[in-house]
Design a binder for this molecule. Structure first.
Ligand code: ATP
Ligand code: MG
Length: 283
């Protein structure tokens, strides 16, 4: 039997209203199912509708047509709103906009305040969440004094503490330095692999998509490509036509092939280095 999707778009269309009051379509007849425990990367050009999809997945927006289901529950069902928001946690681009507490532990506790938990359970969840993001010992620190990567990890701790099934990152690494990006990527990879959290990583960095089980490429509000990283990145030209970048190793392999130097399929920089070394040894 097919496993039930944790998030499903069923014929979803969505339009924004522009200043003249006209409807501007963003998503058209979108169908997409995301299965529990998977790591899905979403790539796509600016304005292709990625953030709109993210907001539809936790009922910040409702579809103009069609249905978005979270764990089988329609996002239009108002009484289920709190449950939906607990199931799907969102991390946004700017870590500074996500800080709500004056200390790290207050910040992580914020979302828990409305759950009516016993103080002891609350303490436990904060401790576990800070441990999961490797920020234990920072409880009394002021979040705004932390690095970008640390702030994003605190934002993620606030979400983990709610015990979500799905974490959506909407360009959550875009404002971080390389180290901060690496920290956040390693964390979400671990949450997916070890805790079984479904991860949806919307990103402009094609390298981050290599961590995913599945890559969905959006173009003008529709799914343009959908497959494993190997399947999607095998189609370099198709991606470049859509104005999208591919991982560095994939691009270099592709450019070398055009010059007549054919390397086996590869995705990661380390694989590229190995293949280039082999080639050098042969010549
Ligand atoms: N509040 C809004 N009002 C009107 N139009 C909007 C609004 N938010 C987004 N749009 C438009 O909807 C389209 C899709 O936007 P969306 O933010 O979903 O794209 P995106 O793929 O996340 O882009 P980016 O890569 O720049 O984050 C864009 O053309 C955008 O201009
Ligand atoms: Mg966006």
């Amino acid at each position: 039997m097919e496993e039930k999707p944790i998030v499903a778009f069923r014929n979803v269309s969505f339009s924004y209203q522009n200043e003249a009051g006209e409807n501007v379509p963003v998503l058209e007849q979108l169908n997409l199912e995301i299965h529990p425990g998977t790591y899905v990367a979403i790539l796509g050009h600016n304005g292709s509708g990625k953030s709109t999809m993210a907001k539809l997945m936790n009922a910040l927006l409702l579809p103009s047509e069609g249905h978005v289901l979270v764990n089988g529950c329609d996002t239009r069902e108002l009484p289920r709103l709190a449950e939906i928001r607990r199931t799907v946690g969102m991390v946004f681009q700017n870590p500074d906009n996500q800080i709500v507490g004056t200390t790290v532990e207050d910040d992580v506790a914020f979302g828990l305040e409305n759950l009516g938990l016993e103080p002891r359970e609350m303490r436990k969840r904060i401790d576990q969440a800070l441990q999961a993001v490797q920020m234990q010992g920072y409880e009394k620190r002021q979040p705004h004094r932390l690095s970008g990567g640390q702030k994003q990890r605190i934002a993620i701790a606030g979400i983990i503490a709610m015990h979500p099934s799905v974490i959506i990152l909407d360009e959550a690494t875009a404002m971080l330095d390389p180290q901060g990006r690496q920290e956040v990527c390693a964390l979400v990879r671990r949450l997916n692999r070890e805790e079984g959290v479904t991860v949806i990583n919307i990103t402009h960095f094609p390298e981050e998509a290599l961590d995913a089980h599945r890559v969905v490429v959006m173009k003008q509000g529709a799914v343009y490509m959908d497959g494993s990283p190997a399947e999607v990145f095998a189609q370099v030209e198709r991606l470049q036509e859509a104005g999208l970048d591919v991982p560095y190793a994939v691009r270099l392999r592709h450019d070398l092939a055009k010059e007549g130097v054919v390397l086996p399929s590869l995705l990661h920089q380390e694989e590229l280095v190995v293949e280039l070394c082999k080639l050098l040894l042969k010549t």
